[in-house]
Write a protein that binds this ligand. Structure first.
Ligand SMILES: [Fe+2]
Ligand SMILES: [Fe+2]
Length: 164
């Protein structure tokens, strides 16, 4: 059985993953209407992944005798001037998610909930990957700067860069 504090924290993470999915959906739209099909595809795929992260949590909570709560979500903000701002927002968001996962790990250890602790290790590894990917993309964008041809190639290249 999940302890109340763990269940509550896991449910907060459900909301965070759901909001992540919405944020990347908004980013996909932002890129798509500007003609950047590669970035749009990347963001749509990322949005789907975040939904999977959410579902994994929901199933875990329910299977451990808790109850997953489905709530309203915050509207994502989508005011980016350029790709750099877009991917900086993505990195900042992933760092926030990592902090939240770390907090959850901490709670599970404090309450000696080793099953939840074990379950969360997948998320710890996933966050390392996602932060690395976001930093790699930002490095590329820094190299490209405002070069239009470079951005065109970047849009094509990003199809090869998949998160998990
Ligand atoms: Fe996630
Ligand atoms: Fe993520």
């Amino acid at each position: 059985m999940l302890q109340n504090k763990v269940e509550k924290a896991l449910n907060e993470q459900v909301v965070m993953e759901a909001e992540s999915s919405q944020i990347y959906l908004a980013m996909a739209t932002w890129a798509e209407i500007r003609g950047f099909a590669g970035v749009a595809e990347f963001m749509y795929a990322h949005s789907d992944e975040e939904r999977q992260h959410m579902l994994k949590l929901i199933k875990f909570i329910n299977e451990r005798g808790g109850e997953a709560k489905i709530t309203a979500l915050k509207k994502p903000s989508i005011s980016f001037k350029n790709f750099k701002e877009l991917f900086k927002a993505l990195l900042d968001h992933e760092v926030k998610v990592s902090e939240s996962i770390n907090e959850l790990v901490d709670i599970s250890l404090q309450l000696k909930d080793y099953a939840t602790h074990n379950f969360l290790q997948w998320y710890v590894a996933e966050q390392i990957e996602e932060e690395t990917l976001a930093r790699t993309i930002l490095d590329k964008l820094n190299l490209i700067g405002d070069d239009k041809g470079g951005l065109y190639l970047f849009d094509n290249d990003i199809k090869q860069l998949t998160g998990d």
